[in-house]
Design a protein around this ligand. Structure first.
Ligand SMILES: CC(C)(COP(=O)(O)OP(=O)(O)OC[C@H]1O[C@@H](n2cnc3c(N)ncnc32)[C@H](O)[C@@H]1OP(=O)(O)O)[C@@H](O)C(=O)NCCC(=O)NCCS
Length: 214
């Protein structure tokens, strides 16, 4: 979409690509959402979350509406970039990057999910490394955070492996029930010690032009 270059931002690694979530890509990824391949047990998502909707068409509609709302809200205290994860040219998941008071604090948070048939092969970790590269190398972030319910082995293992340090606990709700969350933080210094030289950022000048980064 030539009039909104934030949607042209891409991050590529040797095994996957994060592409700005255009409506065309979301339309393709919707088939994964409709098929319920976002599911995991124990429930990994905070309420409210469209993926808990049992009707497949309504699930897709709620998911799209949530993305459209947040994608269009770019404010100094909160903005979010949405990416579709592409593996072998196929949309297989979603990766987001949120900035909170970024110009002042330099902090970002990440969120992701991956189609159930590709899990536990290292793709989730590669997605996280890609988005961290954008945050730290591309945008100059100072710190990244990630939260996951304590019984989410994949997300917690990725944070631990990538050098995040435990940052206490929080409570959230999932399907209306309380759940304890691990909070994790990754400092820029810790990221620098593990930074990769095989991740490429594309068209990120759009981030500097269109996001309130400084
Ligand atoms: C979280 C998610 C994106 C991780 O992606 P993934 O491709 O499955 O994860 P990876 O294969 O990269 O695994 C990363 C680590 O988690 C571990 N792991 C993954 N799934 C696991 C499981 N079910 N049980 C135990 N360990 C697991 C791996 O062993 C690996 O650890 P290591 O690096 O120490 O060997 C994916 O599982 C997912 O979409 N889950 C549902 C949605 C979700 O939980 N999103 C996050 C909300 S906070």
């Amino acid at each position: 979409m030539k009039n909104y270059p934030l949607l042209d931002v891409r991050v590529s690694t040797p095994t996957l690509e994060l592409r700005g979530a255009t409506d065309e890509l979301l339309d393709q990824l919707a088939e994964v959402v409709r098929a319920g391949k976002t599911h995991a047990e124990p429930a990994p998502y905070d309420d409210p979350m469209s993926f808990y909707e049992t009707d497949p068409d309504l699930r897709v509609a709620k998911w799209l509406r949530a993305i459209w709302r947040r994608r269009g809200a770019v404010e100094p205290d909160a903005w979010r970039l949405y990416f579709v994860v592409m593996v072998d040219g196929r949309p297989v998941g979603e990766q987001t990057l949120s900035g909170m008071h970024f110009a002042t604090l330099g902090t970002v948070a990440t969120f992701s999910w991956l189609s159930v048939d590709l899990r536990a092969r290292g793709v989730g970790r590669e997605m996280r490394e890609a988005i961290l590269h954008l945050a730290f190398d591309g945008l100059g972030a100072r710190e990244a955070s990630s939260d996951a319910f304590v019984d989410n082995p994949g997300s917690n293992a990725i944070s631990r492996r990538l050098g995040y340090e435990p940052n206490g606990y929080d409570w959230g709700t999932r399907r209306g029930e309380p759940g304890l969350l691990n909070r994790w933080r990754l400092t820029r210094d810790a990221w620098e010690t593990r930074r990769r030289d095989d991740i490429r950022l594309h068209n990120i000048e759009a981030c500097h032009a269109l996001l309130p980064l400084s």
